[in-house]
Ligand binder design. Structure first.
Ligand SMILES: Cc1cc2nc3c(=O)[nH]c(=O)nc-3n(C[C@H](O)[C@H](O)[C@H](O)COP(=O)(O)O)c2cc1C
Length: 375
């Protein structure tokens, strides 16, 4: 019997599908809806102590569609973290846990570069009963202007220091969410785990410019005629997310085997999720997919993941996590393997009669043997 439940850092998720931080987890109404529809966990929209410093603009999204089709495969946003008061969030966290005690509720937190602020936000959130934290070291737009989000996440020393502050106060699991807008994601990932974080979440959005309006010559999404680069998500980023999760998982399984990974980026189906798990993810998060397909998609995703597991006779998520990691190698190794395979094929071909003129009386039985496929 296929079991989708997974225990991660001591927390039991009824399935590995988690709402990624963003609009689908932006208040109690939508978080309750997510749990009612069957999501294993929810990472709430990122919060900070001082919501009044957050002012969003509209429009703040831009979509890329497949040519000649309605299918959305790329999504840019210039949305900031939550603009709702911290105290409201605390009340809602408590109410959500009361209503859905079995749902794993993860607070995504972000603060300025001040130890006391990080300690305060951790203590006050865990006091109202959230199950875990995600440290947002990764928002690529708006917040870096205040030295927050990606401005921290791209610097492994700061990631280590701030993770250390959070770990001083945390009594529940802590994941660090990584930005993909770096050359070597393993460096900040390692820094977070070395500082004591229990897990990594990857990836946040990729810095992008959706396009330029050829009539107005203004970059998009355009606000009062101007724009800023935003964060790219949805299906188009999945190959990049898979690569980064793979790199983090190779480091994490080798050096921090007790820690975990939450895979994020362009996941919309159970098959997408299976690929992240095969590359080392313990849970998977979906943000943009929910904005396109709605909360009910989790049911299809569970069915699709279970069907994949049945096909391979995997009884649990633990049975196949990381199973594809050993097949990454170096280019030189691929060249060597290909040369060996070609030589072996040549050797097999040699001695096989191809034309009837090649049959010889003295070697007749041997030549016949070589042409047999099923011995
Ligand atoms: C509109 C929007 C808002 C987001 N807000 C946040 C946020 O507040 N905190 C955060 O950590 N990530 C945020 N993200 C990033 C997502 O959680 C996720 O890392 C990223 O979009 C890639 O996953 P996806 O392709 O499933 O959306 C946001 C993404 C979108 C599209």
């Amino acid at each position: 019997m296929t079991d989708l439940a997974v225990t991660v850092n001591g927390l039991k998720f009824k399935n590995p599908f988690v709402i990624g931080s963003g609009p689908p987890g932006t208040n109690a109404n939508v978080i309750n809806k997510a749990f009612a529809e069957g999501w294993g966990g929810v990472v709430a929209k990122t919060i900070s102590l001082e919501a009044d410093k957050v002012t969003n603009v509209a429009p703040r999204y831009a979509r890329m569609r497949a040519e000649g089709s309605k299918e959305v495969f790329g999504w840019e946003n210039i949305e900031l973290i939550s603009d709702r008061p911290f105290e409201t969030w605390l009340d809602e966290f408590k109410a959500i846990k009361d209503a859905h005690p079995e749902g794993i509720l993860i607070a995504s937190i972000m603060e300025e570069y001040r130890r006391d602020a990080w300690i305060e936000i951790v203590e006050r959130c865990q006091n109202v009963g959230v199950d875990a934290f995600e440290l947002n070291f990764s928002c690529p737009h708006g917040l870096p202007e205040r030295k927050m989000g990606m401005a921290m996440g791209e610097n492994p020393d700061i990631v280590a220091e701030v993770s250390g502050w959070a770990m001083e106060a945390a009594t529940i699991p802590v994941w660090a969410k990584m930005t993909p807008n770096v050359t070597h994601i393993v460096d900040p990932g390692r820094a977070a785990l070395a500082a004591g974080c229990h897990g990594l979440a990857a990836i946040n959005t990729i810095l992008s410019v959706m396009g330029v309006d050829l009539k107005t010559l203004r970059p998009m999404p355009t606000v009062e005629g101007y724009a800023v680069p935003g964060g790219y998500s949805c299906k188009a980023v999945r190959p990049i997310a898979l690569r980064m999760v793979m790199e983090l998982a190779r480091m994490q399984t080798e050096d921090f085997p007790e820690t975990t990974i939450s895979g994020i980026g362009g996941i919309e189906t159970g098959e997408d999720a299976a690929q992240f798990i095969l590359l080392g993810a313990h849970t998977v998060q979906v943000c943009t997919g929910v904005m396109i397909h709605g909360y009910g998609m989790v049911k299809d995703m569970c069915e699709q993941l279970a069907a994949f597991m049945d096909q391979h006779e995997f009884a649990s998520i633990d049975d196949f996590r990381g199973a594809s990691l050993p097949y990454f190698s170096t280019h030189a190794d691929l060249v060597r393997r290909q040369a060996e395979a070609k030589a072996a094929a040549k050797a097999r071909r040699e001695g096989m009669v191809e034309k009837d003129t090649e049959w010889e009386g003295d070697k007749f039985v041997e030549q016949s043997d070589r042409l047999v496929s099923n011995d």
